[in-house]
Design a protein around this ligand. Structure first.
Ligand SMILES: C[S@@+](CC[C@H](N)C(=O)[O-])C[C@H]1O[C@@H](n2cnc3c(N)ncnc32)[C@H](O)[C@@H]1O
Length: 221
């Protein structure tokens, strides 16, 4: 297993982005973990507390409700949605991430699969009552961010919900950062795409130093 070197990581991501291959590096993060989900540097290994709170406040009304976790990483959030009663599809472009999820959750009800947000199976279109995105937009560059947001919205069924969790920044800060956090203007793209914003939370996480985040929820009315 390789030791995590933040500067080498940024250099590697930058080199993929410069050759317009924005998703070509993700698999290496999981394959470098060599089968150990504890070794994936960005994985919290626990579900997002704001997702848990939302699931508690919005209990599943009937059986057969479908949820999807975008760029599901090592699977904690997908498992939380499944435990809350959703039929969950969780996908990631990195085959080694999906292999980790399957080895980690041997008894899972979640359908884990390799897929690309930019070219997802046609039958997923408007197919999900709950769409969950955590930290994927911020690791994409330039035009791919808007493309990703469009694709996310296209997965939501009528009256369905979108939950977005990400790092945040003020508009005049960190413009070249990797990952590049979202500002409020970029988050508002979801509203420009026709969703109704239900809740918008800006908060600092408990790392030292604290990292600013957004957690926002939208509905497709
Ligand atoms: C920063 S990680 C976040 C993982 C997880 N959501 C979490 O919060 O721990 C971003 C994830 O998005 C995945 N990803 C990036 N582009 C993708 C795409 N086009 N389609 C599907 N997954 C993608 C990556 O492989 C990676 O697992």
């Amino acid at each position: 297993m390789k030791t995590f070197d933040p500067e080498a990581y940024r250099e590697m991501v930058r080199s993929f982005q410069e050759r317009d291959d924005p998703t070509g590096w993700f698999d290496s993060i999981y394959s470098d973990a060599e089968g150990d989900h504890n070794a994936v540097f960005w994985a919290d290994l626990a579900p997002n507390p704001y997702l848990i709170e939302w699931l508690r406040e919005n209990p599943v009304a009937s059986s057969g409700k479908r949820a999807i976790a975008i760029g599901c990483g090592v699977g904690d959030d997908a498992e939380a949605m499944s435990e809350a009663g959703y039929d969950v599809t969780a996908f990631d472009i990195a085959p080694s991430a999906i292999a980790l999820c399957k080895s980690r959750y041997l008894e899972t009800k979640v359908d884990y699969l390799v897929a690309d947000l930019f070219d997802y199976p046609e039958e997923w279109s408007e197919g999900f009552d709950l769409v969950y995105e955590c930290n994927t937009i911020q690791v994409l560059p330039g035009k791919y961010r808007a493309q990703a947001m469009n694709a996310m919205v296209s997965l939501i069924s009528q009256d369905g919900d979108l939950l977005v969790s990400c790092r945040s920044r003020n508009s005049d800060e960190e413009q070249d950062a990797i990952p590049l956090p979202l500002d409020k203007e970029e988050m508002d793209s979801f509203v420009h795409l026709g969703l109704v914003e239900k809740r918008f939370l800006a908060y600092d996480d408990d790392q030292k130093p604290a990292v600013p985040h957004f957690f926002s929820t939208y509905v497709k009315e």
